[in-house]
Design a protein around this ligand. Structure first.
Ligand code: ADP
Ligand code: ASP
Ligand code: MG
Length: 453
């Protein structure tokens, strides 16, 4: 197959009948789009996560189930011939009811994944039917037959070789005949258990699928016309970036810009697949192209914000001029598979942050067993309610860069600063209550000034 485009639609893009119809029009407009990856309808995953966490109160459970039924019913009722899709959706709603009851007795990560996957399983039945009603030859495909992952429920790792093989075997021939509509976010392990790639994982799914079928293009359709200099909900004067490199956009995603799941660009980079990010509400308005090579590399590219950070500070007088302290700390963390994000050290202390983006949400915790082991070496202090602000740019080692940034932040309590390790990012940990203000201040001083200049 020559040109093959994968189009991914996020939750707001498939929120209701009108939104889904806009997606269908976008798909129709590009004959190269043979594969469509859809999220759950807006709000559905949050409802499912609440159920999966275990809702013991029967009334509340019934209320959540009713909300789920209403969201889907409303769209189904606007289809001309929705009977078959409706029966599929109702049977999934039955499954949700029993899984939610099971979760109210005993929640588990395995059960959570089974339950939250139902959102995408439902939305794709409806979207495929809506597309057929517009005259498109659309078929729904269960991506769990291709998206092989490990069994790390809540944040499963894709198994690339199996995915590529299965995609070539099962998806490519199907795309030659039909427009295939499939689920983002979900996969299955070797034993056939349903897994998920973590919240926001549909972007990553779409990129993995694009890689697996050797697509020539990937479109991420969302609710904003491209990647902005920062989240426009925080800084309304943020502007869309017409073109950005894979590495800059990866940094943004990694540091929390919600517009893309952190791993999205890895498959695109590996296969050099250009990625377009645009708004399904306003497809004519253009968007952002993410490519390997881009023309400009400005000093200040974007600001990203990551909430829910946990900082661990380890202090030991013995660390002073001692060998091996850090090695021991990391040995303990590695043994318990705790992934460290940022780190700064002084002569007697080391501070590090933990991040978590798995499906169940919430702030990352330092497990008690790890804390106890660390306490044999040093004192351990754990702080929540912190946010990470990342400034993404180029040539950050240049003279005057740090001064320009930090001179604007005099009014804030900066809890941790990581600068210098990378040429492309500068990270600052701040109290959660200051985070939006820090973003707004940096945006005003570093981005809005530059625009006017
Ligand atoms: P979808 O459901 O389509 O995946 P998301 O809500 O996950 O959409 O991501 C889109 C949202 O990301 C936007 O509405 C915006 O608030 C937020 N966002 C965060 N950082 C940025 C950024 N740099 N540019 C654009 N949007 C951003
Ligand atoms: N539906 C999932 C979520 O809300 C995945 C996604 O939309 O990307 O996290
Ligand atoms: Mg998203």
């Amino acid at each position: 197959m020559s040109a093959l485009n994968v189009a991914k639609f996020g939750g707001t893009s498939v929120a209701n009948f009108e939104a889904m119809s806009r997606c269908a029009a976008i798909i129709e407009a590009n004959p190269d789009t043979r594969l469509v990856v859809s999220s759950a309808c807006s709000g559905v995953t949050n409802l499912l996560v609440e159920l999966a966490n275990g809702v013991a109160d029967q009334e509340r459970r019934a209320e959540l189930l009713q909300k789920l039924a209403n969201i889907h019913d409303t769209i189904l009722s606007q289809l001309n011939d929705g009977a078959e899709a409706a029966s599929e959706v109702y049977s999934i709603l039955d499954t949700i009811t029993s899984l939610a009851e099971a979760a109210s007795i005993q929640a588990s990560t395995k059960l959570t994944d089974h339950l939250v996957a139902c959102g995408e399983l439902m939305s794709t039945h409806i979207l495929a039917q809506l597309m057929r009603e517009r005259g498109m030859d659309a078929v729904r495909f269960d991506i769990r037959d291709v998206m092989r992952t490990d069994s790390n429920f809540g944040r499963a790792e894709p198994e690339l070789t199996s995915i590529a093989e299965l995609a070539q075997q099962k998806l490519v021939p199907l795309c030659q005949q039909h427009v295939v509509v499939t689920q983002g976010f979900i996969g299955s392990d070797e034993e056939g258990n349903t897994t998920t790639l973590g919240r926001g994982g549909s972007d990553y799914s779409a990129a993995l699928i694009a890689e697996g079928v050797k697509a020539t293009g990937l479109e991420i359709w969302t609710d904003v016309p491209g990647i902005y200099t920062t989240d426009p909900r925080i800084a309304p004067k943020a502007t869309p970036i017409p073109e950005i490199s894979f590495s800059e956009a990866s940094e943004m995603a990694n540091f929390g810009a919600k517009i893309l799941h952190p791993s999205t660009l890895l498959p695109a980079l590996r296969h050099d697949i250009p990625v377009f990010v645009g708004s399904s509400k306003d497809p004519q308005n253009g968007g952002t192209w993410v490519r390997r090579e881009v023309e400009s590399s400005p000093a200040f590219r974007a600001l990203a914000l990551r909430n829910n950070q946990t900082m661990i500070t380890l202090r030991s007088a013995k660390m002073f001029q001692a060998y091996g302290f850090l090695a021991k700390v990391f040995e303990i963390l590695a043994k318990h598979k705790i992934s460290v994000d940022l780190i700064t050290t002084s002569e007697i202390s080391v501070s590090l942050t933990l991040d978590k983006t798995d499906t169940s949400g919430g702030a990352p915790e330092l497990p008690l067993a790890v804390r106890e082991e660390l306490e044999e070496l040093c004192t351990v202090e754990v702080e929540h309610n912190l946010c990470l602000v990342a400034l993404i740019g180029n040539r950050m080692e240049n003279k005057g860069y740090a001064k320009e940034v930090f001179s604007t932040l005099g009014d804030f309590n900066l809890r941790m600063i990581c600068y210098g390790a990378s040429d492309h990012n500068l990270c600052i940990l701040v109290d959660a209550e200051d985070a939006n203000n820090v973003i707004q201040t940096l945006h005003r001083e570093l981005f809005e000034q530059n625009i006017q200049a």
